[in-house]
Design a protein around this ligand. Structure first.
Ligand SMILES: C[S@@+](CC[C@H](N)C(=O)[O-])C[C@H]1O[C@@H](n2cnc3c(N)ncnc32)[C@H](O)[C@@H]1O
Length: 281
C-alpha cells in the first residue's frame, strides 16, 4: 500500500478517537515505522509501505488511540535540535520549556569565566543538557527526586557525549544540593493537586511527581525561591517556568532586598509563564 493512502485512513481513525493533530501524529508514526524523514511522506505519497512497517505503524497507532504521548511511542522528543530520549519515567519536554532554556542561555551569555548551572527537577535532562551542549565550558548539576528520571537523564547525557560535565543528584529539596551556580533553572511540577484528575489521559500517562505541585501548584517553586540565594553565585539568577497566573504570585513572594532584579516573561502564546530573579553582584 502507498504511504499517502495509509496516512489518510490513519488520520481519520485518530480524529474519530479525538486525538489532537491526527494527521501529524499519523505522519510521525509512519515515518518512524518506515525509518524515513517525516517530510518525505508528504513529498512521496506513493512511497510503498512494507508489511513489516505497516505492522509497526499499526502498533503505534493503537498506542496513540489509547492516549499515549507520541514521544513515548517514538521514544524521543526534539528539544531545541537535541534528540532527547524519553519514556514513562519522565515528563515529555514541552515547547515552552525550550523557551525557558533559551532564557537561561541568554542570561549565561553575560557571565564571564567558568560557568555552572543547576537544572532542578531535571526529568529527561532536556534543559540542562541543551545548555551544556551550547556552552562547552559549562558544568551542569542535574537534581531530581525520581531515580528513574535520573537514569533516563544520565543515559541522555551519555548519548549526547556530555556525561563528563554533568553531576546528578537525587534530591527532594535544594537543601540536598551542594555547590554554587551562575544560574538555577527549573521547570518544577506546577499543576495544583485539585486540577490533576481533570487532565487529559495523555498528560495523566506522565509521572504524577512531574505534574503535581501541591495545593496551589507552587510547593517546589516556593522552596526554590527560599533556598536559591544560598546556592547562587553573586549576581546569579533563578529562572523558572510556571503555569498560567502563577508567575505573578511567585514574583510577589520574592523579597526585593534579596532579588535585586525580578521580572516575569511571557511565552510565545502570550502567557506570563517565566519568573526571573537575580541576586546582587
Ligand atoms: C515538570 S517536570 C520537568 C522535567 C524537565 N525538567 C522538563 O522540563 O521536561 C518536573 C520534574 O521535577 C521533578 N520533581 C518533582 N518534585 C521534586 C522535588 N521536590 N525535588 C526534585 N525534583 C522534583 C519530577 O520528578 C520531574 O522530573
Amino acid at each position: 500500500m502507498a504511504a499517502g493512502k495509509i496516512l489518510i485512513e490513519a488520520g481519520l481513525r485518530l480524529a474519530e478517537r479525538g486525538v489532537e493533530e491526527p494527521g501529524l501524529n499519523a505522519q510521525w508514526l509512519l515515518a518512524d515505522a518506515l525509518g524515513v524523514e517525516r517530510l518525505r511522506l508528504l513529498a512521496e505519497p506513493d512511497l510503498p509501505v512494507t508489511a513489516a512497517a505497516l505492522a509497526k505503524f499499526e502498533k503505534g497507532l493503537v498506542l496513540k488511540e489509547q492516549g499515549l504521548p507520541l514521544a513515548y511511542i517514538l521514544g524521543w522528543q526534539d528539544f531545541r535540535g537535541l534528540r532527547i530520549n524519553v519514556d514513562e519515567r519522565v515528563l515529555v519536554p514541552r515547547p515552552e520549556t525550550e523557551e525557558l532554556a533559551g532564557l537561561a542561555a541568554d542570561f549565561l551569555k553575560g557571565r564571564a569565566g567558568e560557568i555552572s548551572a543547576l537544572d532542578y527537577g531535571a526529568g529527561s535532562g532536556a534543559i540542562g543538557l541543551w545548555l551544556a551542549s551550547e556552552f562547552p565550558g559549562l558544568r551542569l548539576t542535574a537534581a531530581e527526586i525520581s531515580a528513574g528520571a535520573i537514569d533516563c537523564a544520565a543515559a541522555n547525557a551519555g548519548a549526547l557525549g556530555l556525561a563528563g560535565r554533568v553531576e546528578f543528584v537525587n534530591a527532594s529539596s535544594l537543601a540536598a544540593v551542594t555547590g554554587s551556580f551562575d544560574v538555577i533553572v527549573s521547570n518544577p511540577p506546577y499543576i495544583p493537586t485539585g486540577v490533576i484528575p481533570g487532565l487529559s489521559p495523555e498528560v495523566l500517562s506522565e509521572p504524577l511527581v512531574a505534574l503535581d505541585g501541591g495545593g496551589d501548584g507552587l510547593d517546589v517553586a516556593r522552596m526554590l525561591v527560599k533556598l536559591s540565594p544560598e546556592r547562587l553565585k553573586k549576581g546569579g539568577a533563578l529562572i523558572m517556568e510556571l503555569g498560567e497566573a502563577q508567575a505573578k504570585v511567585l514574583l510577589a513572594a520574592m523579597p526585593p532586598e534579596t532579588w535585586v532584579e525580578k521580572k516575569t516573561f511571557k511565552d510565545l502564546r502570550g502567557v506570563e509563564r517565566f519568573v526571573y530573579g537575580r541576586l546582587n553582584g
